[in-house]
Design a protein around this ligand. Structure first.
Ligand SMILES: C[S@@+](CC[C@H](N)C(=O)[O-])C[C@H]1O[C@@H](n2cnc3c(N)ncnc32)[C@H](O)[C@@H]1O
Length: 274
C-alpha cells in the first residue's frame, strides 16, 4: 500500500502548485465551481460525465450519506454533493490527496457536505450499516485483496442501499501497456476481468442491478482529450500536476490499451439486499 500512495503523492506541495496554476490562468479561487476543477479532480476515465452517471445510478436525496472509497482529490464526491445536496465521506490512502480534496472543497464552498480522511478502503473503521450509498471509482485496480474491499462496502452500507463500482478491468486483448495513470508497472496493478468482478460482488453479498461497459466512449474521450490539447494547448491544470511528465506516455498507453482491448471500463450498480 505504501508503494501505491507514494506513486500518487507526486513531488509534494500540490495545493500550492494548483492554486498558483489557477491564478496564472486568471481563475479566481473565490468564484470557483466544482466543475472548474474537473480536469484535475475527476481522476478517472470520462471525468465528470462518469460522475453524472453515478448520480443517476445511486438514486440520492439531500438526506443521503454517501461513502466514496478511494476518493482521490474529491471530484466525484463534490459533484455528488453539489448536484444532489447529499453528504459524502471520502476515504483515501494518499494523505496529500486528502489535503488537496479538503482545500478544493473549501475553495468551492462544499466543505459542509464533503469530508475526506486518510484510510484504507478495505478497513474504513466506519460503523456497520452507517451509509445510505457507496461508490468506488478507479480504485480497485490498485487493490489486490478485492474480497476485502467489497466486504467492507457491504458492511458499511445500510440494507437496501446501492453501491456503484466504476473501474478499469482486464480486457481480452492481453497484458496492459505500462505506465498507466494508476501504476508505473504491474507491481501495483491488479485488474479483475468483468466476470471476476461480477463474481466478487456476488460473493460479498451484493445483488447486481446493472452493468454498463463504456470502453468505446472511453477511447473517444481520450482521443478527444488529446485532440483538444493539440489544438488549444493543455488546460491550466491537468493530471500531470501529480503524475509529472510521465502523464503524456500514460495517456498514449491508455489509448492503445483501449484500442487493443487490453482494458475495459465498466460501471456496475448493485445493492445490499434488505
Ligand atoms: C485513479 S485515483 C481515483 C480517485 C477518485 N476515485 C477519482 O475518481 O477521482 C485512485 C485512488 O485510489 C486510492 N487508493 C488506492 N488504494 C487504496 C486503498 N487501499 N484504500 C484507499 N484508497 C486507495 C489512491 O490513493 C488514489 O487516490
Amino acid at each position: 500500500m505504501e508503494q501505491v500512495s507514494r506513486f500518487y503523492s507526486g513531488p509534494g506541495g500540490l495545493v500550492a502548485a494548483i492554486s498558483a496554476a489557477l491564478g496564472a490562468a486568471g481563475m479566481d479561487l473565490a468564484t470557483l465551481r466544482p466543475a472548474d476543477l474537473a480536469p484535475v479532480d475527476e481522476f478517472h476515465i470520462r471525468g465528470r460525465a462518469a460522475s453524472l452517471e453515478i448520480i443517476e445510478a445511486l438514486d440520492l436525496s439531500a438526506d443521503s450519506h454517501v461513502l466514496d472509497l478511494g476518493s482521490g482529490l474529491g471530484g466525484p464526491a463534490r459533484t455528488l454533493a453539489e448536484l444532489t445536496g447529499c453528504r459524502v465521506t471520502g476515504v483515501d490512502l494518499t494523505s496529500e490527496f486528502c489535503d488537496v480534496a479538503t482545500a478544493f472543497s473549501e475553495w468551492t464552498c462544499q466543505s459542509d457536505r464533503t469530508h475526506f480522511r486518510v484510510g484504507d478502503a478495505t478497513a474504513t473503521g466506519l460503523p456497520e450499516a452507517s451509509v445510505d450509498a457507496a461508490v468506488t471509482v478507479h480504485v480497485a485496480m490498485n487493490i489486490s485483496d478485492k474480497p476485502a474491499l467489497y466486504a467492507e462496502a457491504f458492511r458499511v452500507l445500510r440494507p437496501g442501499g446501492r453501491f456503484v463500482v466504476y473501474d478499469v478491468l482486464q480486457g481480452e486483448g492481453g497484458q496492459v501497456r505500462y505506465p498507466v495513470p494508476w501504476a508505473p508497472d504491474s507491481s501495483t496493478s491488479f485488474l479483475a476481468t468483468p466476470e471476476e468482478m461480477r463474481e466478487l460482488l456476488a460473493a460479498a453479498g451484493f445483488e447486481l442491478i446493472s452493468e454498463v461497459d463504456s470502453s468505446e466512449q472511453s477511447l473517444v474521450w481520450f482521443q478527444n482529450m488529446r485532440a483538444r490539447i493539440e489544438r488549444d494547448g493543455p488546460p491550466p491544470i491537468t493530471f500531470a500536476a501529480f503524475l509529472g511528465d510521465a502523464f503524456g506516455q500514460m495517456a498514449a498507453n491508455q489509448v492503445a490499451n483501449l484500442a487493443e482491448r487490453r482494458i475495459r471500463t465498466v460501471m456496475v450498480t448493485c445493492s445490499r439486499p434488505l
